[in-house]
Write a protein that binds this ligand. Structure first.
Ligand code: PA5
Length: 478
């Protein structure tokens, strides 16, 4: 049967739109707003970034650019595996962290029922879903209080195959599984990792785990559209073909050499100007609970890719823009006061949805209280959209830079588009800033310090370095 994402008209109706009016001086005022002249001044640099990405796509760390195109066989394997898991497992648990967890969390929240785990199993039609992305002992115990490991499939995800947090979870869970199931324990683990590096692949081979591979040129935070994200999504019953089709559709848009027709490139240019003007904070504010964790996923992508001490020539630049997550309308009652009246150091990105998947009419009542009654007969859909427009207006009149990305609706196609859009925007931004978008020396340093503190062999020098750090003074602790 033909899929809807094979229909050009449907795809075009699902195209994301970037509205950057409120980045411009005509709307946000001369003090803060940008002029067409300013944008034209960075246009050349942006187009160079596009050329660079075009030339290097698929190579080195740009393996992620090809994920929408080169996974037909893998997708078939993932779908077959997911089908089996959906029939047999009561729970599916992802063990991973950072780029090996944030994508699955974002997609789960976006594309599944918002109380998915609480639905009866006949409605869910698949296992309950958990992503364990921390090593808080209380959380591990809490998980074990609500699942039986014998009824659970664990997807251990780690690109490096050596991240302490993930390997810790693996050790605990596999031990439990072996105690309960003996030789059958291996049937409850799926390893998603590098084919040729790290410890998880060695373990997978020795223990004979089902394995999916994270391609070499795909870094953690760019990995949602490979088996890292596709297997959990398929287990949740999400059409991963549609997600990849959305990414492919967006890829074509992002390769458009006409600057004004390429939203990821334009926005990279706008953020570049903003960063150079000291706008050090990037607020991601979706007006949909479904997109709440897309904001988390974005925060990692933007922070870890651009936050760099040195540029590609080794010059100290301390680049980056601090991403902040915010949820509309919830955070209107928490953060928006600051965004409207605090320092002029932010750019706000709204994520708006044209058509929510549900419509809820506000019930009639409170006839004697006009200040409440005015809500009656409207829908919650109208209310949330009005609040977004109102917040946009309130920020704009206060000369606060903001722009909006519209999703026609939230579905697998538009989520594929959105994730790929942000990946491409980040790649363009990294090129424009002249930093290595794909490394994370700051994270590695912390990882190494943890190894040293826990006595891992080979990290003795690091341990010495840590031990020789000045001792904390009691006078500064109260
Ligand atoms: O983007 C990255 O590379 C990191 O955030 C990693 O995803 C994170 O550190 C987890 O690494 P790994 O997948 O190797 O366990």
């Amino acid at each position: 049967m033909a899929k809807r994402y094979q229909n050009r008209e449907w795809k075009n109706s699902m195209r994301l739109r970037l509205d950057y009016n409120n980045m411009m001086s005509e709307f946000v005022g001369k003090n803060e707003g940008f002029t067409t002249k300013e944008i034209n001044q960075v246009k050349g640099k942006a187009l160079e970034a596009l050329d660079k990405i075009k030339q290097s796509r698929g190579k080195g760390w740009l393996g992620w650019t090809e994920l929408p195109y080169n996974q037909a066989e893998i997708v078939a394997d993932i779908n077959a595996t997911a089908k089996k898991i959906r029939k047999t497992a009561k729970n599916f648990v992802v063990l991973g962290i950072g780029g090996s967890a944030l994508g699955p969390i974002a997609v789960f929240q976006a594309l599944c029922h918002l109380h998915y785990n609480d639905l009866p199993s006949r409605v869910r039609k698949g296992p309950k879903f958990y992503v364990e992305d921390n090593v808080d002992p209380e959380r591990m115990k809490a998980l074990l209080d609500v699942i039986n490991v014998e009824e659970t499939v664990f997807n251990v995800i780690t690109k490096s195959g050596s991240t302490s947090e993930t390997m810790t979870q693996y050790l605990i869970i596999y031990d439990l599984l072996k105690q309960k199931l003996g030789d059958k324990a291996k049937e409850h683990i799926i390893a998603t990792t590098s084919a040729n590096a790290g410890n998880l692949i060695k373990l997978a081979k020795t223990e004979d785990f089902k394995t999916f591979y994270i391609p070499d040129g795909v870094g953690g935070r760019f990995s949602e559209l490979c088996p890292v994200g596709l297997l959990p999504a398929a287990v949740l019953g999400i059409d991963i073909g549609e997600m990849l089709a959305g990414a492919q559709y967006m890829d074509k848009i992002c390769m458009n050499g006409t600057f004004v027709k390429n939203p990821a490139l334009i926005n990279a240019a706008l953020q570049y100007i903003a960063i150079n003007k000291g706008k050090n904070v990037s607020v991601m504010m979706p007006y949909a609970d479904g997109l709440k964790f897309v904001a988390d996923w974005y925060c990692q992508l933007w922070a870890e890719s651009l936050g760099k001490e040195v540029d590609l020539n080794g010059n100290r630049v301390n680049a980056g823009q601090t991403p902040v997550k915010s949820l509309g309308v919830t955070d209107q009652h928490s953060q928006v006061q600051l965004y409207t009246e605090g320092p002029f150091d932010k750019v706000i990105t709204f994520l708006a949805v044209d058509k929510y998947r549900e419509e809820v009419v506000i019930s009639n009542g409170c006839e004697d209280i006009p200040d409440v009654h005015f809500l009656c007969g409207h829908t919650m859909n109208e209310l949330i959209s009005a609040e977004r427009s109102a917040t946009e207006y309130a920020l704009t009149v206060k000369e606060r830079l903001n722009h909006t990305i519209y999703l026609p609706e939230i579905n697998a196609f538009t989520i594929g588009e959105l994730l790929y859009y942000f990946e491409m925007q980040t790649a363009f931004e990294g090129e424009m800033l002249g930093v290595d978008t794909y490394n994370q020396p700051g994270v590695e340093n912390g990882k190494n310090a943890t190894y040293a503190l826990l006595g891992r062999k080979g990290y003795e020098k690091k341990a010495e370095e840590l031990n020789s750090a000045p001792a904390k003074k009691a006078e500064f602790i109260c």
